[in-house]
Design a protein around this ligand. Structure first.
Ligand code: 13P
Ligand code: SF4
Length: 361
C-alpha cells in the first residue's frame, strides 16, 4: 500500500479527539491539510495503544507529528535516555536512522521501527568504523568521544558518546578518565571547534559536517540583526564558529527550547532546522519568531503516513549486530549515566572563552 494512499475519514469523533492538537498546530497547518492529518493522528494514537508502542519524536519533526503523536519529544540526548527507560514493547523512531540504532543499542529486546529507512544524516555518513580504527592507531591512548550522530559501528569503536547538549562535559570527563589533555571528538568539525572554545582540553577533530547547519553564515546573522535589532539569536553548535561568534546563545535543540520557554523573548531567531521554530512557537504564543531556517531532508522523510504504515505493518525494523551493539552500548551508556548537563543558570552567551584551534585529522 502506498504511504500516501490512506484515505481515513475526518469524522466528528476524530475532530473532537484531535481538537487539542489542532489548537496547537493551527498556525502551521492549513484546514485542508488538517482534514487529512487529523484522522491519521487519531488512528496512530489508537494503534500505539493496541500494539504497546511509543513514538520518540525529535525536535525537528513537523508540528503535526511532534504535537500530534510523539509520546516523548526532545533532543538526541533526551530521546536516547527515554529509549533506555521505556517499558513499551515497540519503539517507533520519529527521527533519523542513527537515533533508531541508538534506541536499539540501548533496548536490544525491544522492536525498534523507523518509518523510512532512507532517513540518514550527513554526519553519520561522513565516517566509518574502519576510519575510527585508523584514527586510534594514529593517536594511541587518546580517548575517542563520538557524537551520537554516527552509526552503531562507529559507536562500537568509541570510548564515550556525546550529544550537542553535553559535548563539553563529556570531553572533560573523557580527559579526566584517561588522564590526558587531548581528546578526539568526531565526526562534526564545527561541534568540535565550538567545544574547543569552551574548554582547556585540546581537541582532535574530523571534517564531518551537518548539511543543514553548515549552510548558515555570519553574514546571514548580521543581516537578520540589522533588520531586527531586538531579536535574540540562538544557534545550534553544529553551525560554523563564525555563526556562533555573532549569535547570542548556543545550545542543543533542547537548550534552545528551554531558553525560549523560560525567557519568552519578544523576538527570537533559531538558527537550525525549520520545524524547530514551528514546534516551540506552538507552545510560546507571546514570542515572535523570525524564520530563516534550513530543512533537513532526512528528518523530513518521516511523515504521519509512514508512521501509520510502520505501526500497521511492522516495517522497517532496525537491527544492530549483537556484537557491535554490545560495544556501542558501553559508549552510549557511559553518556546516559552522566549527570544531566548544567543548564546555564542565566542564559548568557555561551561563547568563546578563548580561540584555541582544533587539530584536524
Ligand atoms: P540535538 O537534538 O541533539 O541538538 O541534535 C540536533 C541534530 O541535528 C540531530 O540530528
Ligand atoms: Fe544529520 Fe544535520 Fe539532519 Fe541532524 S539536521 S539529521 S545532523 S543532517
Amino acid at each position: 500500500m502506498a504511504a500516501d494512499g490512506f484515505q481515513l475519514p475526518f469524522t466528528p469523533e476524530v475532530e473532537r479527539e484531535t481538537r487539542p492538537v489542532w489548537d496547537k498546530v493551527q498556525r502551521h497547518v492549513t484546514p485542508m491539510e488538517w482534514r487529512a492529518q487529523a484522522p491519521l493522528i487519531a488512528a496512530i494514537n489508537r494503534l500505539k495503544a493496541e500494539k504497546d508502542a511509543v513514538i520518540l519524536a525529535h525536535n525537528y519533526m513537523t508540528p503535526e507529528i511532534f504535537h500530534g503523536v510523539g509520546d516523548f519529544v526532545g533532543d538526541s540526548l533526551a530521546l536516547a535516555k527515554e529509549a533506555a527507560r521505556s517499558k513499551a514493547r515497540i519503539i517507533v523512531q520519529a527521527g533519523v536512522h542513527f537515533m533508531a540504532e541508538t534506541s536499539k543499542v540501548l533496548s536490544p529486546d525491544k522492536t525498534v521501527l523507523i518509518p523510512d529507512l532512507r532517513a540518514g544524516c550527513s554526519l553519520a555518513a561522513s565516517i566509518t568504523g574502519a576510519d575510527v580504527r585508523l584514527i586510534k592507531q594514529r593517536y594511541p591512548g587518546v580517548p575517542v568521544v563520538t557524537y551520537v550522530n554516527t552509526t552503531a559501528e562507529v559507536k562500537a569503536e568509541t570510548d564515550i558518546c556525546c550529544t550537542s547538549a553535553n559535548a563539553v562535559q563529556v570531553v572533560e570527563e573523557a580527559a579526566r578518565l584517561f588522564g590526558t589533555d587531548r581528546v578526539i571528538l568526531i565526526p562534526d568539525e564545527f561541534l568540535a571547534r565550538n567545544v574547543a572554545r569552551q574548554t582547556d582540553i585540546r581537541i582532535i577533530a574530523w571534517q564531518g559536517r551537518c548539511e543543514v547547519h553548515e549552510r548558515f553564515t555570519a553574514a546571514d546573522i548580521l543581516e537578520i540583526k540589522a533588520a531586527y535589532p531586538d531579536a535574540e539569536v540562538l544557534a545550534h553548535p553544529e553551525c560554523p564558529a563564525e555563526v556562533i561568534e555573532v549569535s547570542d546563545f548556543t545550545g542543543s535543540t533542547a537548550a534552545m527550547n528551554d531558553y525560549v520557554l523560560t525567557r519568552k523573548p519578544k523576538r527570537v531567531v533559531l538558527i537550525t532546522e525549520c520545524s524547530m521554530a514551528d514546534n516551540v512557537a506552538a507552545d510560546v504564543r507571546e514570542t515572535e519568531f523570525v524564520r530563516p531556517c534550513n530543512l533537513c531532508p532526512h528528518m523530513k522523510r518521516i511523515t504521519l503516513e509512514n508512521i501509520y504504515e510502520t505501526l500497521l505493518t511492522g516495517r522497517h525494523e532496525v537491527t544492530v549486530d549483537p556484537a557491535i551493539a554490545e560495544r556501542a552500548r558501553l559508549a552510549v551508556q557511559r553518556m546516559v549515566d552522566l549527570p544531566p548537563p548544567a543548564t546555564p543558570a542565566r542564559y548568557d552567551l555561551v561563547k568563546a572563552r578563548h580561540h584555541v584551534d582544533v587539530e584536524l585529522i
